[in-house]
Design a protein around this ligand. Structure first.
Ligand SMILES: [Zn+2]
Length: 107
């Protein structure tokens, strides 16, 4: 018996197990199927990260638009909401960039 990594969730499982106890992925000895599952997982992860960076960019641009509407910085709630949204978007974008780099390095 040996420990292998589940092709779907990467957790350690016995190579005798028919189904991964962590995620329910059925284990097969077919390396092509395992390769395919790993590829799908990587694509899903990438798409999720792309969506996150898109939302972050929208938050940033939207915040700037709220704050700067009419060609000059505004005061009051628009300043609060605008700068808050910009800061949130910027932070989220940075975190997503770091996760993209880590995700690429993991393979
Ligand atoms: Zn699994």
């Amino acid at each position: 018996m040996a420990l292998i990594h589940c092709a779907a969730c990467s957790k350690k499982i016995s190579n005798r197990a028919g189904v991964c106890p962590h995620c329910g992925f059925s284990i097969s000895d077919d390396p092509e199927k395992q390769e395919q599952a790993a590829r799908i997982r990587a694509i899903h992860m990438q798409q999720q990260l792309m969506n996150h960076s898109f939302v972050a960019l929208l938050l940033f641009v939207g915040g700037f638009a709220i704050w700067w509407w009419g060609g000059e910085p505004s005061d009051g709630w628009r300043k609060t909401v605008g700068i808050g949204s910009m800061a949130l978007g910027f932070g989220m974008y940075l975190i997503t960039r770091i996760r993209i780099v880590l995700n690429k390095r993991g393979r």
